[in-house]
Design a protein around this ligand. Structure first.
Ligand SMILES: O=C(O)CCC(=O)C(=O)O
Length: 337
């Protein structure tokens, strides 16, 4: 109890709550004001508390800086709007300058124009006949506990049959994701000859490293998160709904302990628990039709929901610098969460 009280008091002090109010609240709980005041003096004098206060001030300063970006982003949205083009207007130099380097998203309609996969991959029998023998790794779990996913292994043909079964997918999550990429690289290598893209600045060595395949049933969701690479999320089969929010909302996203995903459940917003998100974040919503792509710059928040049975590819294989993994090197413990 003593420890709980100290933790609560420390948090109040770090968050700069009104000290008199804190003393009053505890007095109502039967703790004499003199006792609380001397506890506060004791906490304020601790070296650890002084360090925590300094870190907290740095965080607040960052939050203030972020609010400037937020204002500018609102001006951009009002004056220019969210950028969406058809692939016929796509130009690598424009993409590099206005989107890749500027960290601004871009929707590219018909990005996969000319790809036979737009037809052939809608046919389960084509996929089974040509790629069904590949062993694949997918994420699996109970929809009631979406945070507890484990890796499962199937022949690709069996996995495709499974995600076509309405009863099973109502209750369970089956999703081939970028997190399974290492095991599924041979499948991606085999499938890519059916895909054509404009020259978006991919590495030119014929490899498909950093091309990620996502296959899953309707209603599959990826909660709001950020990535350590920029990527072009590209829809091949079915539609996906994407919500996007800029990086400067980091203080409004209620990050989970891994510091990459948000607690926010966009289908069940909790205006009390997630007040800052509800008040400050108005994500841009985009629906990707088959063939469309959206550029997701690293650290942009994105939530993705499959509206149909879906196959997507994320191209993160840019020839320009695209690796911000240093965070994991500095904080390896985040890998384990
Ligand atoms: O499509 C999804 O479910 C998630 C895609 C994604 O997060 C990405 O491409 O970075």
């Amino acid at each position: 109890m003593k420890q709980d009280l100290e933790a609560w008091l420390s948090e109040c002090l770090l968050l700069r709550c009104d000290v008199d109010e804190v003393v009053d609240i505890l007095e109502q709980q039967g703790i004499p004001s003199q006792e609380t005041k001397s506890k506060i003096d004791h906490l304020l004098a601790m070296p650890l508390f002084k360090t925590a206060s300094r870190v907290m001030r740095d965080m607040k300063r960052l939050e203030w800086q972020m609010s400037i970006y937020q204002n500018n982003y609102e001006i951009l949205l009002n004056e220019v709007g969210f950028t969406e083009i058809d692939v016929t207007a796509f130009d690598q130099a424009m993409f590099l300058e206005r989107h890749y380097i500027a960290s601004q998203p871009l929707v590219i309609r018909n990005f996969l124009k000319g790809s036979v996969a737009l037809q052939t991959w809608t046919d389960r029998e084509h996929l089974k006949a040509n790629y069904g023998q590949f062993q694949v790794e997918v994420k699996h779990g109970d929809k009631l506990h979406p945070e507890k996913l484990e890796d499962k292994y199937f022949a690709f043909a069996d996995f495709l049959d499974l995600i076509g079964q309405p009863e099973d997918i109502k209750r369970y999550i089956y999703y081939m994701t970028a997190y399974n990429a290492a095991k599924n690289q041979p499948l991606v290598d085999a499938m890519m000859h059916e895909i054509v893209t404009p020259d978006y600045g991919a590495v030119d060595d014929g490899s498909h490293e950093c091309v990620f395949l996502w296959v899953g049933p309707p209603m599959t969701k990826a909660r709001f998160h950020i990535d350590m690479k920029s990527g072009l999320l590209t829809q091949v089969v079915g539609r996906k709904r994407v919500l996007l929010a800029p990086p400067h909302h980091i203080h409004h996203m209620y990050m989970m302990e891994n510091h990459f995903a948000s607690e926010i459940d966009v289908d069940r917003l909790d205006a009390y628990r997630h007040q800052l998100y509800c008040q400050k974040v108005q994500p841009v919503e985009v629906v990707l039709e088959p063939g469309d792509a959206v550029f997701l710059p690293a650290t942009w928040w994105h939530y993705v929901e499959a509206l149909d049975e879906s196959i997507s590819l994320t191209f993160a294989n840019f020839k320009w610098f695209n690796d911000y993994q240093w965070f994991h090197q500095v904080f390896p413990e985040f890998d384990k969460l």
